[in-house]
Ligand binder design. Structure first.
Ligand code: GTP
Ligand code: MG
Length: 196
């Protein structure tokens, strides 16, 4: 599990992605939230997915093959302020098409900055996933930047908002790509789906 990871291909069009003949898991969330870093942490390969201090680094749908048996996908972030309206709708089309049509996609991990109060942009995206019946889990990132207690408080706040519209809450993870917090739990969760 996660012993071997290799980059396969980048695309703007889900139809050009690798054949959908194996399980797939995708990471999405606001620009700069730590999607690419989390992929590197999960695979133990620092430079595998390109990361940056500046938002908007990942622009394409990036497929990584794990243990020669399933895909991990790094997606571009949403909510990057400097993106033009035209780019934003291009992003929406590319990502929404991918999320709706990718038949082998098991779960979308929505990454959320654990330092922030619930953000409208994240809640709207989660709402959209719900409306389109796309299964997701929540991954709170950058836990190392504050106390664990603070991170848990953010999660509690987020849950409270979700409970207003959702009967059932999704799986939730607290992670840090710096310390490896949450790696075991996320790995176990994915492993469980792979074996089901
Ligand atoms: P885009 O590709 O632009 O959408 O961003 P991204 O979500 O892929 O974020 P990326 O992984 O590139 O990380 C953004 C910045 O946050 C980088 O400077 C990372 O080093 C930093 N970062 C990511 N995860 C963590 C974390 O768990 N802890 C800390 N301290 N920094 C992190
Ligand atoms: Mg990225």
């Amino acid at each position: 599990m996660f012993d071997q990871a290799q980059f396969v291909i980048s695309n703007t069009d889900y139809q050009k992605c690798p054949k959908a003949d194996r399980y797939e898991f995708a990471f999405i969330g606001r620009s700069n939230v730590g999607k690419s870093s989390l992929i590197n942490m999960m695979t133990g390969k620092k430079g595998l997915a390109k990361t940056s201090g500046k938002p908007g680094k990942t622009q394409l749908i990036n497929h990584f093959l794990i243990d020669e048996s399933w895909y991990l996908v790094d997606l571009p972030g949403y909510g990057y302020a400097k993106t033009s309206k035209k780019n934003r709708s291009a992003w929406e089309l590319m990502i929404q098409d991918y999320l709706i049509n990718r038949a082998n996609l098991q779960i979308v991990f929505v990454l959320i900055d654990s330092r922030l109060d619930p953000q409208r942009i994240d809640l709207e995206f989660i709402q959209w996933l719900g409306e389109n019946e796309i299964p997701f889990a929540l991954v709170f990132t950058k836990a190392d930047k504050q106390s664990i207690n603070k991170g848990q408080q953010s999660i509690a706040k987020f849950k409270k908002v979700l409970k207003k519209t959702w009967e059932e809450l999704p799986m939730i993870f607290l992670t840090s790509s710096e310390t490896g917090l949450g790696k075991a739990q996320l790995t176990e969760y994915i492993q469980h789906i792979l074996e089901s």
